[in-house]
Design a protein around this ligand. Structure first.
Ligand code: FAE
Length: 541
């Protein structure tokens, strides 16, 4: 298989999407930056499809592209909405500073990752809507996830990092790393549209002042820094800075979506899949159950919702094959509850195990360094202390795009945290619990301290203790990088097939056992490319 061409990647293809009765026929958006949607027909009750993909994030988008290119009609069922229609302000997504109903998934109040300032809760009341960022709460952790056609690609910071080979081999020893680094990582990077910042521009642009001062402080304390590639179009960002185009990354757009500049999956993998004419998508459709069907294939129960989260109708369809790509949380929850409820009773005991937070912990430093009132929402630099065996850390230098000078240096540290949690079905609530406890973040804090204590000491600066609560230094109770729960070669075979259930596959971040040492979407994409190549060649030939 070959990667899609550049023109396929960046052209605005039309999705065939079933939006159900709630959205009706959608007009072609006036904004030329988002993929267009032609109203189609959502899956009808009783319908049969050859392949049903649950979720339209990285795993689902790779599956959809490679299946449709192989000539197979594919239907994606996505619980979030399509993000193609501008709101009353003419924009599809709201920015970080002015969150409205578009920001959060079915909440009446925002739940910002950095939710405090000077120790005061800065969250805002918002209308309840199927917004783009979900903050899903379990007992000991809140898990941020993207909702909508494009999944996490809609909300994330676009950092596109190929993991260190030695750590990849440690985490996924059953995978042929030659193949990954020769074929599938390059294929994923090319198809995602990964690009690099112009380093000369970086050195002079106001919007990366925050990254330059954090680099300077890290280097002064003896730490190495590295540029990080991104799927945000850096040429577009340059033109934003020059006031030639509408601002997005430079207009505090991140975590609630980007209106311009970011090559989210709806403009890359999903656009290319739609261009084959073999992809259809049902948005605002939540898969609630999967079970073997009489006579072969699987029945899939679906709840269709409106944009307020109310049930519109329920449907049961059948599919010859089902790809679980609902993300680490979504896939694990579905499979664990199907096993407990006797719908997929033979799933292995490894399903639901080995969930981790990629060692995520967030922290801010205060000082007198000017970090800039204009900050690009797209991070492009990291502090690399992974070689420190006493506490490996790769810390993304994160923006704090408040539109005013706040002297805040913010970081998302990715650490090697050995703690893992388990999903279990709770028969009294009918929900799936996750056993992670906030105290499990301690190894991450300890590792991050090895970097930031040293930086603070050298710079004469201190931790901010006001951003994650009153007198709370560490953002240790939420995660951007959920991984695991259905680990490759343990819960599935070595290519994502679920044992005992021919035609059921897992294709997302749940395959990666809890940690990958860098921001994870390139790994999830490349692993899905590898697995799909095998599955198409052997199961679907
Ligand atoms: P994901 O992209 O979450 O897609 C799953 C899809 O399934 C979603 O669209 C769901 O709405 C849908 N779904 C779930 N349950 C159901 C159901 N029952 N029925 C129908 N649909 C369902 O999964 N990673 C990086 O590499 N670089 C970054 O810079 C970065 N920044 C981030 C910033 C934020 C704020 C967040 C939240 C995440 C960030 N990530 C970043 C993580 C990255 O987005 C994440 O690892 C991937 O999106 C996971 O890909 P999956 O395909 O596993």
């Amino acid at each position: 298989m070959r990667p899609v061409s550049d023109s396929a990647r960046i052209s605005r293809r039309r999705f065939l999407i079933g939006t159900g009765s709630t959205l009706g026929a959608l007009a072609f958006p006036s904004l030329a930056t988002r993929a267009a949607v032609a109203a189609g027909t959502a899956l009808a009750n009783g319908a049969h499809v050859p392949v049903l993909v649950i979720g339209s994030g990285y795993g689902g988008a790779v599956a959809a592209l490679r299946l449709t290119q192989a000539g197979i009609n594919t239907h994606i069922v996505e619980m979030g909405q399509s993000w193609t229609t501008p709101g009353s302000d003419g924009k599809i997504f709201c920015d970080m500073l002015n969150p409205d109903g578009r920001s959060y998934w079915l909440r009446t109040r925002t739940d910002q990752p950095v939710g405090y300032f000077m120790g005061i809760d800065v969250n805002k009341n918002i209308p309840r809507h199927t917004g783009v960022l979900d903050s899903e709460a379990f007992g000991g952790i809140r898990v941020y996830q993207g909702r909508g056609i494009g999944g996490g690609s809609l909300v994330n910071g676009g950092m596109a990092v190929t993991p260190r080979r030695s750590y990849f081999e440690e985490v996924l020893p059953s995978v042929d790393s030659d193949e990954m680094y020769d074929i599938y990582f390059p294929r994923a990077n090319a198809t995602l549209g990964v690009n690099h910042i112009d380093s000369a521009w970086f050195e002079t642009s106001d919007c990366y002042q925050y990254a330059r001062v954090s680099r300077m402080r890290a280097q002064n304390a003896g730490f190495a820094t590295t540029f990080v590639p991104n799927v945000y179009d850096f040429d577009y960002m340059k033109r934003e800075a020059a006031n030639e185009v509408t601002r997005s990354a430079l207009a505090s757009e991140v975590i609630y979506g980007n209106n311009y500049g970011k090559k989210s999956l709806d403009k890359t993998y999903l656009a290319a899949a739609a261009a084959t004419g073999r992809l259809t998508i049902s948005a605002l459709h939540i898969v609630t159950a999967v079970a073997p069907a009489f006579g072969g294939g699987y029945t899939v129960d679906i709840t269709q919702i409106d944009t307020s989260g109310n049930t519109v109708t329920t449907k049961t369809v059948t599919a010859d094959r089902v790809f679980f790509a609902a993300g680490s949380i979504g896939t694990s929850k579905l499979l664990v509850s199907m096993r407990a409820q006797g719908k997929l009773p033979n799933l292995p005991s490894a399903v639901g195990e080995e969930w981790g937070n990629n060692g995520n912990v967030m922290v801010g430093r205060a000082g007198l360094d000017l970090t800039g009132s204009l900050q690009s929402g797209m991070p492009t630099m990291g502090i690399d202390n992974w070689a420190d065996t006493a506490g490996p850390v790769f810390a993304e230098i994160a923006p704090f795009p408040a539109g005013t000078e706040l002297w805040i240096n913010l970081y998302l540290a990715i650490t090697k945290n050995p703690n893992r949690a388990r999903f279990t079905f709770n028969s009294s609530t009918g929900k799936v619990d996750l056993s992670w406890q906030t105290s499990y973040a301690q190894p991450s804090i300890d590792a991050a301290r090895r970097v930031f204590d040293a930086i603070n000491k050298k710079a004469g600066t201190v931790y901010r203790t006001d951003l994650f609560g009153a007198y709370k230094t560490w953002g240790d109770d939420f995660v951007y990088h959920p991984l695991g729960g259905c680990v490759l070669n343990k819960a599935t075979d070595n290519y994502g097939r679920l044992p005992g259930y021919p035609g059921l596959y897992v294709m997302d971040g749940s395959l990666v056992p809890g940690s990958i040492g860098v921001n994870p979407f390139v790994t999830i994409t490349a692993l899905a490319e590898r697995n799909m190549a095998k599955i198409i060649a052997t199961d679907l030939a």
